[in-house]
Design a protein around this ligand. Sequence first.
Ligand SMILES: *Cc1c(COP(=O)(O)O)cnc(C)c1O
Length: 496
Amino acid sequence: MELMYKSTRNETQTVTASEAILKGLSDDGGLFVPVEFPKLQKPLSEIAKMSYQETAYEVMKEFLTDFTEEELKNCINRAYDAKFDTEEIAPLVKADGAYYLELFHGATIAFKDMALSILPHLLTTSAKKNHVENEIVILTATSGDTGKAALSGFADVEGTRIIVFYPKDGVSEVQKLQMVTQKGNNTSVVAIHGNFDDAQNGVKEIFGDKELEAELKEAGFQFSSANSINIGRLVPQIVYYVYAYAKLLQNEEIIDGEEINVVVPTGNFGNILAAYFAKQMGVPIHKLICASNDNKVLYDFFQTGTYDKNREFILTTSPSMDILISSNLERLIYLIAGADAAKNVEFMNDLKTNGVYKISEGMKEALGDFAAGYASEAQVNERIRGLYEETGYVIDTHTAVASYVYEQYKEETKDERKTVIASTASPYKFMKSVMCAIDESFKEKGELSMVEDLSKTAKVEVPIAVKEVLDAKILHTKECDADKMKATVKEILGVN
Ligand SMILES: *Cc1c(COP(=O)(O)O)cnc(C)c1O
């Protein structure tokens, strides 16, 4: 049976998975959600014997029902190959009583690779299935990691162009270098004078611009999104939560049916929503623990039921979580409102006009699957150093937010369930912050000079992704004001 998707802002229309992937965002501005949650068809004890690729097929076939077996397996095998530096793709590392699910073994050493290495294949397959002849223009706003992962996934993929906007002063040195050195004839990278929310709002506006859409169509282009609002990003992310549970089972760390917790360092709410979807599919997850940095709009929301983005935007050492509008939360709001699009629209309108909305008590009760916490900058540093001193294991700043929040959660709740912490970036991606947390004397040093120091400290080989950018040529220097993004897109595409 075909699984259909509908918009969080419209009851009536449904689309297939491939249509939802092609569109990214629904015409009404809503996000696509499956009309119901599929269940895993095989027991987890059986999935425990599968490879990552086999697990991916087992999970994704339930969501992407209009893909043939051959199409989907082809996408999976092209994505999860030697681009990853380990056959396990997403290894589990046990440290200090928790299981770190390392999601950073792909081409750009952050978890965005998990979905963005397959999205280009899902998208071009969807285009073929739907007889799309236009060139697909991927437009992406990035807080640092999505940009490079999308560029790397789409570079020189036939029939596609990719344009990435990043906040000029809001990304790490390595993140920036990774983007501005990107090769590929179809790639463009633009620094905007603004923060991530400005970039994301600009992209959303461009997507909603009907006039521009018509102009582009005339010129043979159509937009799609590689942001985590695309269902083609969300679905591949469900896989590694199923895989993690299955591996714990296979390694006899848990027994079949035993509940675990999952902690996710959260920004746009995509990664943790994927864990929620995994739970809906039947993975025994007790709490989904949402970890925020100083931009703790989600923590406050889970505490109070009020989402309020009217606050100072704080630049932290975990920049990929410096976000005040968590786009994917809309999917959860819609679901806990009882799949009520009209109600969701009210909240989203409140958010747009006043920057704030308040959910009902009933909806708040439906959030019982979640717990939330946050870590300040000092706590992040303390956790990186503490874990290193205790175990020798070095984690990045984002993962440290989650790790700190988990320690706090354990202390408060005395919940001793086995816990998986999503480890979302390699420490090499945020070298300066990581090394300074371990040893303050690094404050005086340049970030790129620390590669060998980190390698010695962590006893981990320097990833190829880092070696590469150190001597790559800078190919992208374009900048623009946040209100000039549309004009910049037209200029890049040569549409006037
Ligand atoms: C994107 C990102 C996050 C946040 O993930 P969301 O899906 O946006 O919540 C956390 N850590 C790192 C390293 C990231 O790149």
